[in-house]
Design a protein around this ligand. Structure first.
Ligand code: HEM
Length: 485
């Protein structure tokens, strides 16, 4: 690759690194994006799809096509940023526009969200972004004290159900139980109204999953014959009307359960209707969709870890809770260094949201570890997070799950490279950025899962596989403490 003379970086400071042109290829229009899509879903798989291109071009900043491609997306062409340093450009909203890029190069119909472009699709320069994000911050702050009690009661029931299922059948499907439990938990924690006690009954998780699927279908593979998936999932959007009645039922729950918050939304300058569609999206897509993927993703690493880690976690969690008079308070959880580290490490190894996008707002220089790259205004930047967060230049044994990685002062210094929330773990979401509004809550939920698990059991075994959105975990044993009452 040829290096060029050092130009001034557009935002002032000149890059000290040599400027290289970005290698890679988009291939033959229409044909190559489809061929690439087949590689991505079927012939290579996600990780190998990106890693093989990094290897081929000897660069972690590379031009490539992303799925779904034709006809779903107007253009599949992106500049991929696949190391911990260049990835950071995606968090700088002065450099990248985050308008309509939440799901990537295609955007689901707004008829799935009441005709509104909800917060996740808004750039911070759009005035509605700050209003909706503030509404969500207000919701989470006002319900803070309800999170731990609601989590513990709902997940205590989940674990009891798993025990019964293991006794009867030898195993328990965590994902299925988690779907039902997380949906109940979120409704109770956010709005004080259990969805199962509303008109939704027990249908909420199924309705929610159907609606989520319509939005994410272009990025999934169900294991059906390729030709069927290509036509029905990856080439044309599924008609939104498939989930119309499901969405209506979900909306009714929110318009009743969240009534006081919707009244307050008006003072922020939002209509009740826009606020309600946004609350539904943040609760069902962001929160429920996130928990569906994240909790099995954390358990997966514990299932394959040796039982010594289970013993250390149980010891840490039980003594911190005992020191708080037997209560799993926020202060107790804050003291659980290993537990916290395990959750961060799981989020590093398996970020629940793997793709991030942003369009260059201006001509830019992106800095990688050894070189800088010029990008033109309007080009789409894309990050595949699992490769960026397994960057050997930042993390020792980057491809391995190291439970203690973030313990202690040295460990904490690495937290800025944990970026599951669309921003460094050391920074906070605000109305001015695009970092996940639920960041603090999300890490707390990961920790609470471990707390509940290891307060109840010394160790467990589970089978780990894959499912539509991520990891499938089936528990096969739960071992209670021998001294337990
Ligand atoms: C944005 C991840 C849970 C609310 C995001 C983004 C990611 C993310 C990666 C940025 C997407 C992008 O623009 O590229 C997750 C994960 C979660 C989770 C993995 C759970 C495990 C939550 C929860 C809330 C939430 C509980 C509750 C309010 C939001 C909102 C945005 C967002 C509103 C858009 C932020 C903005 O427009 O500035 N989330 N999230 N998320 N998340 Fe989360």
């Amino acid at each position: 690759m040829a290096t060029k003379d050092l130009p001034a970086v557009e935002d002032g400071a000149p890059s000290k690194l040599p400027i290289k042109s970005i290698p890679g290829s988009y291939g033959i229009p229409f044909i190559s994006p489809i061929r690439d899509r087949l590689d991505f879903y079927y012939f290579q798989g996600q990780d190998a799809y990106f890693q093989s291109r990094v290897d081929k071009y000897g660069s972690t900043v590379v031009r490539l096509n992303v799925p779904p491609g034709p006809f779903m997306a107007s253009s599949p062409k992106v500049v991929a940023v696949l190391d911990a340093k260049s990835f950071q450009v995606l968090f700088d909203v002065s450099k990248v526009e985050k308008k309509n890029v939440f799901t990537g190069t295609y955007m689901p119909s707004t008829s799935l969200t009441g005709g509104f472009r909800v917060c996740s699709y808004l750039d911070p320069s759009e005035p509605t972004h700050a209003k909706v994000k503030q509404l969500l911050f207000n919701l989470l702050a006002s319900r803070k004290s309800h999170v731990i009690p609601a989590f513990r009661t709902n997940f205590a029931t989940l674990f009891k159900t798993m025990e019964t299922q293991i006794d009867a059948d030898g195993k328990a499907d965590f994902n299925k139980l988690n779907d039902d439990t997380s949906f109940e938990f979120i409704g109770e924690a956010y709005f004080g109204v259990r969805p199962s006690a509303s008109g939704l009954g027990t249908t909420g998780p199924t309705k929610a999953t159907k609606w989520l699927f319509l939005q994410l279908a272009p990025l999934t593979s169900l294991g059906l014959p390729k030709i069927v998936e290509e036509v029905f999932l990856h080439t044309f959007p599924l008609p939104p009307c498939i989930a119309k009645s499901d969405y209506k039922a979900l909306y009714e729950y929110f318009s009743t359960a969240a009534e006081p918050l919707l009244d307050a939304a008006v003072t922020l300058g939002l209509s009740k209707e826009e606020a309600c569609h946004n609350l539904l999206f943040a609760t069902v897509f962001n929160s429920y969709g996130g928990m569906k993927v994240m909790l099995p993703g954390i358990l997966r690493w514990l299932a394959v870890a040796d039982s010594n880690l289970h013993a250390r976690l149980a010891q840490e969690i039980r003594s911190a809770v005992a020191a708080e008079g037997g209560k799993a308070t926020l202060a107790a959880v804050e003291k659980m260094e290993l537990t916290k580290s395990v959750v961060y490490e799981a989020l590093r190894m398996d970020p629940p949201v793997k793709f991030q996008y942003g369009k260059a707002k201006k001509d830019l220089i992106i800095e990688g570890h050894d070189a800088a790259y010029e990008v033109k205004k309007g080009e789409m930047l894309f990050g595949y997070q699992p490769i960026a967060t397994r960057d050997q230049r930042v993390f020792a044994n980057a491809g391995e799950f190291v439970a203690d990685r973030f313990v202690g002062e040295e460990g904490k210094k690495l937290l800025k490279y944990v970026v599951w929330s669309n921003g460094p773990e050391t920074e906070s979401p605000s109305v001015l950025n695009k970092q996940c509004a639920g960041k603090e809550l999300v890490v707390l939920l990961g920790r609470l899962l471990l707390v509940e698990l290891f307060l109840r059991y010394d160790t467990f075994t589970a089978e780990v596989g894959t499912d539509l959105l991520g990891i499938q975990v089936n528990f096969t044993s739960l071992t209670k403490p021998s001294t337990s009452s």
